[in-house]
Design a protein around this ligand. Structure first.
Ligand code: DGT
Ligand code: CA
Ligand code: CA
Ligand code: ZN
Length: 584
């Protein structure tokens, strides 16, 4: 299999994770170097395969020793350091290290004295008292660990992962399986296809090419670089656990059943039950194999999802909506919201460049990439001065404005709004002064600090920012990071009311770790009449591709293209910008 930049980045990320465990220091120099290098490789426009170690070392973010590791990965298919760390910390022990209070020293003791190398083993040792007998430990430690395990639900299959961690894994597996001669079609189903924020396990479905042997597909899956453990493997289903503990099922189904299987394994369970009910009403039976006559078994549909839905007198339902939230009724009435596609998005309204500290692309390169994506307009929104390290001064902003206007004029193929991403202060105040703010073409205002104030304060804070006429859009509404930071708490009603009154839009930030505003907030906002935008918050060219996550998020919320300001043609969009900036 070819080693793409993404494979290299994934290996570097794993190296960072294992080094963090090994050194017991999240801020270790080495950990940060690997992480930086991973991000640098991801944003390279050249294939690393074509780069020498010295060329790699010249890339900003990649050091000499990391460059050598990348070369080794490309040339030999592995990195010695990574292999030895993988050996030192097998998946079971990595899981043990996630238990609070269990460090590397205890890990060694468990292994050497008790032969315990995973969570089940530890639970057993706590239960039979052998753990408490270890030197220097005791009942109290045993009890604390038992509680910690309980609290973290580590052992249960219900531990869920943020979609940002899961999607890249599924993409790699699907791409590598699709490359096999034995595979005709392959797709992911389950909660990932419904685009839930968190994922329990990944469900893959494949069909075989003519005359192919299922065992060839299963073997390739079992032997995949990401597979750390094979839980079970037969002719129709193989289950693996990846190196970082994610379960993935692969099912191979006959082509005539692919549609029915996709419907079944995409779920949700509640959606399936509603479909099955309609089948029963028609004297049919809906299963993962097909839609068939309940008596004769004669097949009505099964090869494609579309034909299954059509046979049930339903419009095809976009997977993201399959949560039994009224979508079956609407499919029957043919009143489903129009499906938002990436192609609907004519502009990106939250884009960073290297003018502010955390952007990685030059303005020229970023604008060229925006044009390449076929966009008609964009707002360049580098950080404003209050953001420490990364913010741009007034002089800087005025200079950037001159450069941007000249670029827009010389290119002539994209409308550029000179914008900024403002920081909403704890009292709702913004950067610069009002006169300076009014001179921007476009402002996004976002919360970057003070995440834990009381609801009433946060609500007031947001409403104040929304009411500022210079603000067009509120960026990533709560500031949450899925699985890591909950974000601010808000009373939504006054926030929505202020948005509707002033015309200020709420951003659907398409970065996978954010997906903010959340789908729940968007659903409620649609009811309140709020305008939305979909933005990528790109700091690198590859991140412009996040637009597809934004579209998926809109579909999940049931938001149609006409509720999204940046689906509008340039002239209409300009009118909208002007009306918001004149106070709604
Ligand atoms: P997850 O993995 O917890 O994030 O959520 P899902 O939705 O991927 O659930 P999963 O992996 O247990 O099963 C995948 C799909 O298979 C599920 O969405 C619907 C279908 N399915 C599983 N078990 C049942 C069942 O007992 N009845 C029905 N109707 N469908 C089921
Ligand atoms: Ca699943
Ligand atoms: Ca599953
Ligand atoms: Zn931003």
């Amino acid at each position: 299999m070819p080693r793409t930049n993404d494979d290299v980045a994934a290996a570097l990320d794993e190296l960072a994770r294992l080094t963090k465990v090994d050194e017991q220091d999240p801020n270790s120099f080495r950990v940060r170097a690997y992480e930086r290098a991973a991000r640098a490789v991801e944003s390279l426009s050249t294939d690393v395969t074509d780069m020498s170690a010295s060329a790699l070392a010249k890339v900003s973010g990649i050091g000499k020793s990391t460059a050598a590791k990348i070369r080794q990965f490309v040339d030999d298919g592995h990195i010695d350091k990574l292999e030895s760390l993988r050996e030192k910390y097998p998946p079971g022990q990595l899981q043990l290290l996630q238990v609070p209070g269990l460090g590397p020293k205890m890990l060694g003791l468990l292994d050497e004295v008790l032969g315990v190398r995973d969570l089940d083993g530890l639970r057993g040792a706590i239960a039979d008292g052998s753990f408490a007998d270890l030197p220097g430990l005791g009942d109290k430690t045993a009890e604390n660990l038992a509680k910690a395990i309980e609290r973290m639900h580590l052992a249960s299959k219900t531990s869920r992962r943020p979609v940002a961690e899961v999607l890249p894994v599924a993409e790699r597996l699907v791409a590598d399986l699709a490359d096999l001669d034995a595979v005709e079609e392959v797709a992911w189903a389950g909660s990932l296809r419904r685009f839930r924020e968190t994922i329990g396990d990944v469900d893959l479905l494949a069909t075989l090419a003519d005359g192919a042997d299922a065992e060839d597909v299963m073997a390739a899956f079992r032997d995949h670089d990401l597979a750390a453990e094979v839980v079970g493997s037969g002719t129709t289903k193989t289950s693996i656990v990846t190196r970082d503990g994610l379960s993935v099922d692969l099912r191979v189904v006959p082509p005539a059943s692919f549609g029915a299987a996709l419907v079944y394994f995409t779920g949700s369970k509640a959606h399936n039950i509603a479909l099955r009910q309609r089948a029963i009403e028609r004297g049919w039976k809906l299963s993962e194999y097909d839609l068939a006559d309940a008596e004769s078994g004669e097949v009505v549909a099964g090869a494609t999802e579309e034909e299954v839905y059509a046979a049930l007198d339903l419009a095809w339902v976009t997977p993201e909506l399959r949560e039994d939230v009224g979508e079956v009724q609407r499919a029957a009435e043919d009143t489903l919201p129009e499906r938002v596609e990436v192609a609907h998005l004519r502009g990106d309204l939250h884009v960073h460049t290297d003018w502010s500290g955390d952007g990685r692309e030059t303005l020229d390169a970023m604008v060229a990439a925006l044009v390449e994506r076929g966009l008609d307009y964009a707002a360049i929104t580098d950080h404003a001065e209050d953001l420490r390290i990364n913010g741009i001064s007034r002089e800087g902003m005025l200079e950037q404005r001159r450069v941007l206007r000249a670029l827009e004029e010389s290119r002539g193929d994209i409308r550029l709004f000179h914008g900024t991403e403002l920081n909403i202060g704890v009292d709702g105040s913004l950067d610069y002064d009002q006169d300076f703010l009014d001179r921007f073409d476009f402002c996004v205002a976002s919360v970057h600090s003070h995440f834990t104030r009381p609801v009433a304060e946060q609500t007031e804070r947001l409403v104040t920012a929304i009411r500022n006429p210079a603000v067009n859009v509120i960026g990533h509404l709560t500031g949450r990071k899925l699985g890591r930071r909950p974000g601010i708490e808000l009373d939504l009603e006054p926030v929505f009311a202020a948005c509707v009154e002033t015309g200020t839009a709420l951003e659907m930030n398409a970065a996978l770790p954010r997906l903010d505003a959340s789908v729940d907030v968007v659903r409620a906002g649609i009811e309140a009449g709020v305008t939305f935008v979909i933005s990528t918050d790109s700091h690198a060219i590859r991140e412009l591709d996040r637009a597809r996550h934004g579209a998926a998020q809109a579909r999940r919320a049931g938001l149609a293209p006409d509720g999204i300001a940046n689906t509008r043609p340039t002239a209409d969009f300009e009118d909208w910008v002007a009306s918001v900036r004149s106070g709604g």
